[in-house]
Each structure stands twice: as structure tokens, then as C-alpha cells.
Design a protein around this ligand. Structure first.
Ligand code: HEM
Length: 421
């Protein structure tokens, strides 16, 4: 039974002519690490041809991926940041925090930091701790689907920071998942993927429209109020941030939170079910939990890739990329690069430094990193405080997506309650 799609079988040969990093089904069936390892060694900047569709460059080494995400002048986010945008662009291009380049990007990012920065995160820690404790309570009762339980984790964060009432959290988490993988049967809302995507977008935007109207009438310190303030401050300039743009940015934040945090939690617990010897140490040492979270982000690399579009001709990893070409930086591969990480296929909670690119890099470095680090730390502190460990009760199911390294289902059971400490 293949349970962990984070380790390559070391003897598995891969022919470059067989590689297809686009096909979402590939990611359900097998681990892509043998492919990425071959590409780093033989073709670190490789052109993926696609029949009847635009091809794209695949960048797999850490140093090259870092260059792509940091050098925003040469590699623009403006037209799309995921493979689905290759050749067609993103209709929200130039309008959201994710899909703008500096200096326009700073106009959205800098004020948004006010609602999400370290100081605010610290102030909200007691509230987040209480919510995280509630979240794991169902584990008391025996078998749970941990991946399903974790869908709520990002809503504890985004819900709190965006001022979204808890009655919307479960729906929003489901719609966000359907937007990421509309062709995964677990999230089918309509008769086909296109209908699922339309429905999920429609529902999400309807909820946000109401929340934005409410915040206009009752401004607070939350992120939606900040996004509205940005709109007003920019009015009168040549490109005002209108209500539609506020909605698009709400969507960016919700997707940023929901596509990643639950999957780090689930992949990390999965790794621990296979390394039960780590559990007692985690219980006794808070520093070890922080190391666990950082290694969990590297290990799971929830965003497989980040896409950019070249604005000029550039040499990278021995290849010539032309202006206008689409470039995908495979963060998941960079995070196993032997040139940067000792024993990259070992899950090592003592790895320091841990120079993973799981949160990206450069101007678009994840704005939710401080709060997701906090929530994941609180989550694992609570799990190790409460239980003696976890075991799998069935095979995990992987998400059908070339973008997100997701677990749709992770059936587990706690192996005993700890005495209170
Ligand atoms: C462990 C959890 C998380 C991981 C691994 C993660 C990963 C990432 C990555 C790789 C990027 C870079 C995207 C790019 O360069 O195109 C990013 C950006 C972003 N993330 Fe996260 N993220 C996490 C949690 C969150 C949370 C909780 C939020 C909610 C506030 C969030 C919101 C965003 C936003 C809005 C951006 C765009 C920032 C910008 O363009 O300046 N993320 N994230």
C-alpha cells in the first residue's frame, strides 16, 4: 500500500520522454519525486510540450526556482501563477495581491500586512489556541478522517483575520477545495468539473459580496476592512481598486489559506504515523514542535509549483527562456534538492537551517506564513499533549491536482490518551 507520496523509490528509472507534469491524474497515482530527481540531474530547466496547448518550462533545482520567484522583473506574476493559466492567462491578472508585480503589488501587500502581521497574530494566539483545541476533540472518539477535520483549520485563521462568521467556515472551505480541484470526485458540486467550478466561484463570491457590504457599513480592523480602505485610498488614481477587486483579493486570501494549511497538517501527521518514535520527544520539547512544523512544510510542499511569465530573454540552468514563455518553478522539487538539503528524503525535525521554498520567496513570500506556523504549532502541541500517537486505519487518498499536494482523506485513530500534564 503506497501511503506516503513524499519518498521516491530509489531504483525507479524515469525517461524524460515519459514526463508529463501537467496531467493531474499523475499526482493521484504516484509520487513525482523520482521524476523531479531525474530532471534536477539531467534537465534542470526542461520544456514540457503539450499537444494542442501552450508548452511551458519546468524549473526543478532550488537555486533556479529561487531565482524565478525572486526576480519579478524577469519573471512576472501578472498573468497567472498556476499551470491552469499557461497560454490563457488569468482573468484576475493585475488585480490581486498574487497577480501583480512590484511596485503595484506593494499597494495591496503593505496595508494587508497590518491585518496579518506578527503583532496581530500574537494578540490573537489565545483565540486560535482555543479554536484549534476544539478542532481536534473528535479524535477522542476513535477513527477520524483527519484530512476532513483539517479543512476547518485555515478557516480558524482566515475566518478570524477576515472577520468571517463561523457559520460560513465549512461551506467556504468546501467551495475553496472545489475551486482548486473541480475534477476531484471528493469535491464535485455539479454534473461536471466546469459546472463545479462555476458553482463554487458563484457561492464564494456571493458570501464575500455580503461580507464586504457589511464591512463597508461597519468597518473594523479585519482584512476585508483593510482591503476596502485600500480601494478608497486608490480611488481617483488611474487604476482604482473597485468592489470587484476587493472580492478577487478576498478570494486570493481564502485560496492561499485553504489550499495549503490543511495539507501540511495532514501530511505531517501521516509522516508521524510512520515515525512513532518522534512522538514522545515532541511532547517534551516545544522547540521540537517548531522544527516539526518547518520540516512538515518542506516535506509536504503543498504548492507543487509556482508559475511566472518571462518578460525578457534569459539564460537559466543552461536553457534559453524567451520573453513571453511560461515558466513553472517546481517548489516541491526544490525542497528535495540534494545541493541544499542533506538527506533530502529523510523527515528530519532537527533540520537547521531549513531553507525550504514551501512558503515561496521574494515579494510574494507567503503573507500567511506567521499565522499558519502558529496554527500548525498549536495544533501539534495539542495533539502530542493529548494523545500517545496516531495510526492509520486505511489508505490515504491524494488530491487530483497538478498544483496542490493535497490529501482528500486520511483515516486515522489515536492510540491512547495521555495523562493530563
Ligand atoms: C502552511 C501554510 C501555507 C503555505 C505552505 C503557503 C504557501 C504559499 C506560497 C508558496 C506562496 C507564494 C505564491 C507565489 O509566489 O505565487 C504564498 C503566497 C500567499 N499566501 Fe500562503 N501559504 C500558507 C498559508 C497561508 C494562509 C493561512 C494564508 C491566509 C492569509 C495565505 C495567503 C497567501 C497569500 C494572500 C499569498 C500571496 C502573497 C503575495 O502575493 O504577496 N497563505 N503562500
Amino acid at each position: 500500500m503506497t501511503v506516503e507520496l513524499t519518498l521516491p523509490p530509489f531504483d525507479m528509472p524515469v525517461e524524460l520522454s515519459d514526463v508529463d507534469l501537467y496531467d493531474p491524474q499523475t499526482y493521484v497515482l504516484a509520487d513525482q519525486h523520482p521524476t523531479w530527481r531525474t530532471m534536477r540531474a539531467k534537465a534542470p530547466v526542461w520544456w514540457q510540450e503539450r499537444a494542442d496547448a501552450t508548452g511551458f518550462w519546468c524549473v526543478t533545482r532550488h537555486a533556479d526556482c529561487e531565482k524565478v520567484v525572486k526576480d519579478y522583473r524577469t519573471f512576472s506574476s501578472q498573468e497567472g501563477t498556476i499551470l491552469a493559466s499557461v497560454g490563457v492567462g488569468d482573468t484576475a491578472g493585475g488585480q490581486t495581491i498574487t497577480l501583480t508585480d512590484p511596485p503595484e503589488h506593494a499597494a495591496i501587500r503593505v496595508p494587508s500586512m497590518r491585518a496579518l502581521g506578527h503583532a496581530v497574530v500574537q494578540e490573537r494566539t489565545p483565540f486560535i489556541r482555543a479554536r484549534v483545541t476544539e478542532l481536534v476533540e473528535p479524535c477522542d472518539d476513535g477513527e477520524v478522517d483527519f484530512a476532513r477535520l483539517m479543512r476547518r483549520l485555515p478557516m480558524v485563521l482566515a475566518g478570524e483575520f477576515m472577520g468571517i462568521p463561523p457559520e460560513h467556515w465549512d461551506d467556504i472551505a468546501l467551495w475553496a477545495a472545489a475551486c482548486v480541484a473541480p475534477d476531484d470526485p471528493a469535491y464535485a458540486l455539479g454534473a461536471n468539473p466546469a459546472q463545479t467550478l462555476r458553482l463554487a466561484h458563484h457561492q464564494l463570491f456571493a458570501v464575500f459580496r455580503d461580507l464586504v457590504r457589511h464591512r463597508r457599513a461597519h468597518p473594523g480592523k479585519d482584512l476585508i476592512s483593510v482591503l476596502i480602505e485600500i480601494t478608497d485610498a486608490m480611488s481617483g488614481r488611474d487604476k482604482p481598486l473597485g468592489e470587484w477587486q476587493v472580492l478577487l483579493n478576498c478570494y486570493s486570501f481564502i485560496l492561499g489559506a485553504n489550499t495549503t494549511t490543511p495539507n501540511v497538517a495532514s501530511h505531517t501527521l501521516l509522516a508521524l504515523t510512520q515515525r512513532p518514535e518522534l512522538w514522545p520527544r515532541l511532547r517534551d520539547d516545544r522547540g521540537a514542535v517548531e522544527g516539526l512544523v518547518e520540516e512538515g512544510v518542506r516535506w509536504s510542499s503543498p504548492t507543487h509549483h509556482l508559475v511566472r511569465r518571462a518578460t525578457a530573454d534569459v539564460e537559466l540552468g543552461g536553457a534559453t527562456i524567451r520573453a513571453g514563455d511560461w515558466v513553472s518553478a517546481w517548489v516541491a522539487s526544490a525542497n528535495r534538492d540534494e545541493a541544499v538539503f542533506d538527506d533530502p528524503y529523510t523527515f528530519d525535525i532537527d533540520r537547521r537551517p531549513n531553507r525550504h521554498l514551501g512558503f515561496g520567496g521574494g515579494p510574494h513570500y507567503c503573507i500567511g506564513a506567521p499565522m499558519s506556523r502558529l496554527a500548525l504549532t498549536l495544533l501539534f502541541e495539542e495533539l502530542v499533549r493529548r494523545y500517545a500517537g496516531f495510526e492509520l486505519t486505511g489508505p490515504p487518498t491524494h488530491l487530483r491536482s497538478n498544483w496542490i499536494n493535497g490529501l482528500v482523506s486520511l483515516p486515522v485513530r489515536q492510540v491512547g490518551r495521555n495523562a493530563p500534564c
